[in-house]
Design a protein around this ligand. Structure first.
Ligand SMILES: [Fe+2]
Length: 253
């Protein structure tokens, strides 16, 4: 979209910059081959730390999250002019602390850490995210998802990239997942119907960034995050899982 002379450089996400690693690019079929809703309501999902607890933690989610994700977390949010991250902290039953950071970028990129973390293995499970994904609008009411993922030997890939899962109505009612939460908001979610709460601070932050980016474009300027200089290409991704054993926790004074 737009004129060729304004075409920016593509970002280089630092977690995908290891020349010796193997990478897998695949379609994200988790919301159907083409998601039948606006891209924003899909994208905001990764700025919402409470849905993992409420939606995935309390039922047999398709994602197969560990029980540690069903423990109610402490949540915090940070942002720059081009990304929002949530920081989600849970104390597992074994005494370990799990700190999980997930990020969405303006406009459509996201970086979610491995979902199969259990909080049981501080050494093995403390790692930076390995995937970057994008929700790409087809039009206002249809969206396609893509992921690029670094393949680490012995680690599970983020999502099964082998095609669309068709679920019947009964099953989606008994075991709702992201698809039911997002696509059921109407083809374009009506923000006037929302009751935003403190856990939605990440969503609010992101909408502000998006509005600022749109305002910049209307003034004829580059939106924040636009890369023109090759020296600025590397994006340091803040996402990851950190598991801390009790003996290594810093006491709060
Ligand atoms: Fe989810």
């Amino acid at each position: 979209m737009g004129s060729l002379d304004k075409k920016p450089l593509l970002p280089h996400y630092d977690i995908l910059e290891d020349d010796d690693a193997e990478y897998l690019a695949y379609r994200n079929y988790s919301r159907g081959a083409v998601s039948e809703c606006n891209w924003l309501q899909l994208h905001e999902n990764a700025a919402d730390p409470m849905h993992i607890f409420a939606l995935h933690g309390m039922n047999d989610s398709l994602f197969d999250f560990d029980d540690v994700m069903g423990i109610r977390p402490q949540i915090d949010f940070v942002h720059s002019d081009r990304h929002v991250s949530y920081i989600r902290t849970t104390d597992a039953e074994n005494g370990n602390r799990l700190i999980r950071t997930s990020t969405i970028f303006v406009p459509t990129g996201k970086c979610i850490p491995p979902p199969d973390v259990t909080g049981k293995n501080p050494e093995e499970e403390t790692e930076r995210a390995r995937m970057v994904g994008w929700w790409v609008p087809v039009d206002n009411e249809h969206t396609i998802g893509y992921h690029i993922e670094r393949i680490d030997p012995g680690k599970r890939i983020f999502q099964p990239p082998d095609g669309e899962v068709i679920r019947d109505y009964e099953e989606t009612q008994r075991v709702p997942d992201d698809w039911e939460a997002q696509v059921s908001q109407l083809p374009i979610a009506r923000h006037a119907l929302e009751h935003l709460a403190t856990s939605d601070r990440g969503v609010v932050m992101f909408r502000r960034l998006l509005n600022e980016a749109i305002d910049a474009m209307e003034r004829g300027e580059d939106p924040p995050g636009t890369i023109r200089d090759p020296a600025d290409r590397v994006v340091v991704v803040p996402s990851g899982n950190e598991v801390i054993a009790p003996e290594n926790l810093t006491p709060v004074s």
